[in-house]
Design a protein around this ligand. Structure first.
Ligand SMILES: Nc1ncnc2c1ncn2[C@@H]1O[C@H](COP(=O)(O)OP(=O)(O)O)[C@@H](O)[C@H]1O
Ligand SMILES: [Mg+2]
Length: 273
């Protein structure tokens, strides 16, 4: 029936639109570090925050034309942690508080600024990254919640390294966990611990504990490493079991080694493939 076909097509288009609206790709370029400055390296990228573009200049080959790439949002070397939070993470956390699932995923080579962006320097308020800011935001929202709305926040923290899953909050750090799948719950990690947290200070303690248990990676080897902090936020208007569950996932992901200066490493060559 042509009408039915039209309806299916409309629905397909709406779903496609929703998917493209719901996934945003943001690029942040860090400033040159002391060592790079001392070695007189030049910034190879030009960031245009208004247009949302990154232009890559081939400094070692000035005859090659620069290439420009466009993203949903870009941040240059002077970007502030709070601007990154407000423009990229805040809308996701807001929707988590409304009951949707949300994921913030940082990907990049070692030394590009994933930990700085996701975690930052927790002791210095203006240098706090997305994770501490998101917890201040979540607990700020909970404190202001009106009426009977109650929330439960439960946190897990895990690491995947060399294809092994470790619970960074687990009692036995030698234990390796299994990734399982069930039709009713989907993919999950068996025996992963979860802690109920009541305020941002509890969260801070959880992050410090998780940190202590992370593997300390040499920066020059090729590795595949994922850190995954997972908060389950349960807004509930009653004490019944039928409350909405939404998840906020914050992860950091490394799939390739740092690029030595002036070499051309194709990210597709990394072991990520
Ligand atoms: N936007 C930034 N502004 C200032 N310093 C940064 C920025 N991003 C990263 N850095 C610094 O660069 C170094 C590498 O960043 P890091 O977050 O550890 O990288 P990654 O986690 O991707 O390996 C750190 O010393 C960090 O403090
Ligand atoms: Mg890091």
């Amino acid at each position: 029936c042509p009408l039915k076909k039209l309806d299916t097509l409309r629905r397909y288009k709406a779903e496609k639109q929703e998917v493209s609206d719901n996934v945003k790709v943001v690029v942040r370029c860090r400033p040159l570090n002391q060592k790079e400055k001392m070695m007189a390296h030049k910034q190879a990228v030009v960031v245009d925050e208004i247009r949302g573009t990154i232009t890559v200049n081939k400094l070692e080959n000035p005859h090659e034309l620069p290439k420009t790439f466009t993203f949903d949002t870009v941040f240059g070397p002077d970007s502030k942690q709070l601007d990154v939070y407000n423009l990229t993470a805040r809308p996701i956390v807001d929707s988590v508080l409304e009951g949707y699932n949300g994921t913030i995923f940082a990907y990049g080579q070692t030394g590009t600024g994933k930990t700085f962006t996701m975690e930052g320097v927790r002791a210095v308020p203006e240098l706090r990254g997305i994770i501490p800011n998101s917890f201040a935001h979540i607990f700020g929202h909970i404190a202001k919640a009106e009426g009977d709305t109650r929330f439960l926040v439960r946190v897990s923290y895990l690491e995947i390294y060399n294809e092994e899953v470790r619970d960074l909050l687990g009692k036995d750090q030698l234990q390796r966990l299994e990734v399982k799948e069930r039709p009713d719950v989907g993919v999950y990690i068996k025996d992963l611990s979860g802690y109920v947290v009541n305020n941002a200070d509890d969260m801070d303690r959880i992050m410090t504990l998780g940190h202590k248990n992370q593997v300390h990676l040499p920066t020059v080897v090729c590795h595949f490493h994922v850190l995954f902090l997972w908060a389950l936020v349960l807004p509930s208007t009653s004490l019944s079991d039928s409350c909405d569950i939404s998840r906020s996932n914050s992860s950091e992901f490394t799939g390739s080694p740092p690029v030595p200066p002036h070499t051309d490493v194709d990210p597709r060559d990394s072991e990520l493939e």
